[in-house]
Design a protein around this ligand. Structure first.
Ligand code: ADP
Length: 553
């Protein structure tokens, strides 16, 4: 027998409709291309979203079409998220930090038809125009007429102005009732191994993910919160913040293209942010800036960190010096993106400070709607003892089944479990701890060394500001660990003293063989340290004492 309750489908348009009706005056604040702050409300934004739906239809966008964005975090980008998915098309966020040939590979792979581009990124469109002209016919610059840059496109492509199109559009559109499994968003992996693959989110997966992440043991936003979104909207839907904030009626603070210390400090302090969410590199950069100028973050209460492991010293400083609550989460493009979120349980209330920190540096417990397990090489589930490390598998309501398009043969197994490519442990309370990405582990002789563990120890050295541990070639052991260190200002830690710092903390065969000092670590397109680039650069270091690039010159 069927229940007698209402069965309206789970649709993304319901989020913005709810925000406009029930949180009409809550603000969306963005930093514009010229650095100005502009503010709007959910009511005004929702109206513009319906106008934009009309614009899309007038441009000939059909249900299922991929509409691409190449843009920073701004209110217009939020409008595009909702309008494109709202009409039944697919919002495909392109990452402007990827190399132009990868951007055109992805645009062609996705068969994007229309592209919305931030005015500061039109140079990239000019670079790729010829190679994407077979699929992208229309480029809309997200600006008004006064801020339209000259853009040279390929023959047959039309260039349009966002605000001119909007001015001519009615807001009388009514969101259609779609099947909740309709595709809504397309995000590509960053392709750290092989070519990027597309992950096609649905209305249902997006809505269920947002509902679960906004639970009290997750992000749990409230209407009185003001969240600064430093995760990029062009990567994994910015952790879903553009859905989470309006769902709760929290104010949404968007930094535009300005992610430097002064600008993010000003955005948080001037706009009274209560929560900020970004990758560790954002917070490390912010602390460096705050140290220089001696400023604090008076309104901020919570820092949310994910995307890569939270360094312990970062956690300690944010909590102790700035009085902030730090919450870590773990996710990836293939799982919507979040799988786990770290909030303490009742068992942990009486823990000593150090034991609490041991817990906080873990990646958290599975959100409701997702399940995790660790397995050995034969696929057998390992015990939840906090020690047994194996491949981390996840399945759930917003986890990938198959990749998009020609890559559909790959994805989750027939039982729904998806191998994340991470190696992890799970403890008795269900806290997942990532040991390493499988491909970043250092294989020496027959043993494996976790690069993340070496980095965590190195960060406790007083001269180390930032660090990456990588595998480099070794004639006898195949691979040995090398530490690439960004030293604190004026310090020059040497190999011998850093090795001495490791003594007793790891087995002797895990001691890094050498330390090289660099002014900064290279970042990949997602704002994480580009270990592949470091491995290539330093591959021969132990063989020749030279960097690969220098040796090849
Ligand atoms: P890509 O794989 O394309 O770089 P993703 O954002 O999908 O981009 O990366 C997901 C990976 O990031 C995870 O598999 C994991 O290795 C890493 N990651 C994400 N969050 C954390 C975290 N809190 N701690 C450690 N690693 C993390």
């Amino acid at each position: 027998m069927l229940g007698l309750m209402q069965t309206s489908p789970l649709l993304i348009s319901s989020i913005i409709t709810h925000a406009a009706r029930h949180h009409a005056r809550a603000e969306v604040v963005s930093r514009e291309i010229d650095g100005r702050i502009v503010r709007t409300t959910y009511a005004a934004l929702e109206r513009r979203t319906r106008q934009l739906a009309r614009v899309l239809l007038a441009l000939g966008v059909q249900p299922g079409d991929r509409v691409a964005t190449l843009a920073w975090n701004t209110a217009r980008h939020v409008e595009i998220y909702y309008a494109v998915s709202g009409i039944g098309a697919v919002c495909h966020t392109l990452n402007p930090r990827l190399k132009p040939d990868i951007v055109s590979y992805i645009a062609n792979h996705a068969a994007d038809t229309v592209l919305f581009v931030d005015p500061s990124l039109t140079g990239l469109i000019e670079t790729v125009a010829e190679s994407v002209a077979g699929t992208i016919r229309t480029v809309v610059v997200m600006a008004d007429e006064d801020h339209m840059p000259p853009v040279a496109l390929a023959p047959g492509m039309q260039l349009l102005c966002y605000e001119t199109l909007m001015a001519a559009a009615d807001a009388d559109y009514v969101w259609p009732v779609l099947d909740e499994n309709t595709a809504s968003g397309l995000c590509y992996t960053s392709g750290t191994t092989g070519l990027p693959k597309g992950v096609l989110y649905s209305h249902r997966s997006t809505l269920l993910h947002a509902l679960s992440v906004n639970g009290a043991d997750g992000l749990g936003l409230k209407a009185r919160d003001r969240i600064a979104a430093f995760l990029q909207m062009f990567h994994v839907h910015a952790g879903s913040i553009p859905f989470l904030a309006p769902m709760a009626g929290a104010a949404l603070l968007l930094p535009g293209r300005f992610l430097d210390g002064p600008n993010i400090t000003a955005l948080m302090n001037d706009e009274r942010a209560t929560v900020g969410w970004g990758v560790p590199t954002i917070w490390l950069g912010l602390l460096r800036y705050l140290d220089e100028i001696g400023e604090k973050l008076p309104t901020l209460r919570r820092v949310v960190v994910g995307g890569s492991a939270v360094p312990r010293p970062l956690l300690v400083r944010l909590e102790h010096e700035f009085g902030l609550e730090v919450q870590q989460n773990w996710g990836m493009t293939e799982c919507g993106p979040l799988g786990t979120y770290n909030q303490p349980t009742a068992q942990h209330e009486d823990l000593e400070e150090d034991a609490k920190l041991d817990l906080q540096v873990k990646q958290g417990r599975a959100l409701f709607g997702a399940d995790v397990k660790v397995v050995d090489d034969a696929g057998r589930e390992l015990p939840w003892d906090g020690v047994s490390a194996g491949a981390l598998l996840i399945r759930g309501l917003w986890v990938i089944r198959n990749y998009f398009g020609p890559d559909a043969a790959a994805g989750a197994g027939p039982d729904g479990w998806f191998d994340t490519g991470d190696v992890a442990t799970i403890d008795a309370d269900g806290f997942v701890q990532i040991v390493d990405r499988a491909k970043d582990m250092i294989k020496t002789g027959g043993e494996w060394i976790s690069s993340m563990e070496l980095e965590a120890i190195a960060r406790q050295h007083p001269d180390v500001d930032d660090v990456a541990a990588i595998a480099v070639q070794h004639p006898k052991w195949m691979e040995r660990p090398l530490l690439v260190v960004v030293p604190k200002q004026g310090r020059t830690p040497g190999t011998a003293e850093v090795r001495a710092h490791f003594k007793g903390k790891v087995t002797d065969w895990s001691l890094p063989d050498a330390v090289v000092l660099v002014p900064e670590l290279p970042l990949a397109g997602t704002g994480k340290v580009d270990k592949r680039a470091l491995r290539e650069r330093f591959a021969l270091h132990l063989l020749t004492g030279e960097e690969a690039a220098a040796a090849g010159e």
